[in-house]
Design a protein around this ligand. Sequence first.
Ligand code: GLU
Length: 496
Amino acid sequence: MSKPKIRVRIAPSPTGNLHIGTARSALFNYLFAKKNKGDFIVRIEDTDLERSGEQYTKNIIEGLRWLEIEWDEGPEKSGKYGPYFQSQRTEIYSDYLKKLLDNGTAYYCYCTEEELDKERAEMEKQGIAPRYSGRCRHLTEEQKRKFESEGRKPIIRFKVESKKIKFNDLIRGEIEFDTDLIGDITIAKDLNTPLYNFAVVIDDYTMEISHVIRGEDHISNTPKQLLIFEALGLTPPVYGHLPLILGSDKSKMSKRHGATSILEYRENGYLPEALVNFMAFLGWNPGDEREIFSLKDLIKEFSIEKTHKTGAIFNVEKLDWFNSYYIKQKSIKELTKLCVPFLAEGRLIQRAGSKFEITDTKELIDSEYLEKIVALEQGRIKKLKDIDEATNYFFFDSIKYEPEILIWKKSDKEATSANLKNVYKILSELKEKDFEPKKLEKILLGICGEDRGAVLWPLRVALCGRKASPGPFDIAAILGKEKTLKRINDAINTLK
Ligand code: GLU
């Protein structure tokens, strides 16, 4: 007999943006599927119509696409197991609900919220873990009619019999639950409104999901789902629970540890390949020193059995490290393209046909000019967003100087001014084509005395207005003769 096909899924609820937890689950499921020539399915759990929003579904889809975690079946794709939105699967659920009601494993419960609260409080008082007492299990037809005439609306509960339930978790090994702690669970508000634990079982079964790989926060749902599978006489999938993602303080990852929405990372200038590489290490590693893995490499190397049991720490510095690495791998052309939105967004430049207009000076520049600027910072920026702050001085008409920062630490105002005047004179005698880093370096080093800083420091600050930047020859070469001279002149005037 051939082995059944590996089919895995993520089942996000569109009640919020795609966050790092779901994206990590998506990645691990995707890798597991692709490694085993299986299918990866995206199913949208939008049964909670009040809290679900179309904008969140869009955000989830866009986030996964950006990461290039492509699904085989799901939204915007066809597939023979659809529909892939729970809100379109009502009939399927109600058929199975009826089965459970008919075989006596589910029943209508008429208890009101107040009654349940009271029952819970009572149990807590007696020191028992609160759970539903099961008192609607044996209502007579007459009692039901009476409740209904009082206007009570029943919900559907599932009978949880007292027993131990065991399963073999793909990652965590054997896990045992005592169902006594669970109590009869609610599985639907009515025949047309299933709740999570029930709908997920029906979907996983009807979509022939072979493995459910999801966050550890769902581990307490697994015994409930196994019981429902059992009551329907169906074989459950294999389960595997991924370790929680923890912030650097080891508490559960949340907003306060930084961006949690995937598209926010994009807005902040992270590259998808960096995020994918980083997320792969949230609960997995290859068992050796290697750290750089493309999605393709991961498909080859990943194994779900190697996933860790303990919490995965989300370390932003590590993410930045991966991001710098991938930034350095880009060709200048590609990196410049990626940086343009961050420069334009900072309103330094605007697109003007095939060229760009510098906002401050209205000067037109071409992409080669931008490429030179970006090349200067390729090895320094951690995020694409940093390009704005790192290079904005290239796009300003004039630089505002604090006179003190122009002065080299071992020098004074007069000497600084004299050195700048000297540099100005020499550069003004050069031709435009001499504005090339190597040439400028040769010429200017020739006029430096013992202490190069006394000449090169004020020159560099004159050109960019800051204490830290790339070297003066590189900057001057990009600025060209006219702008370089203007800035030196402005600096000299500031020192007066
Ligand atoms: N809708 C659930 C969630 O977003 C799905 C959990 C599961 O994978 O079963 O957490």
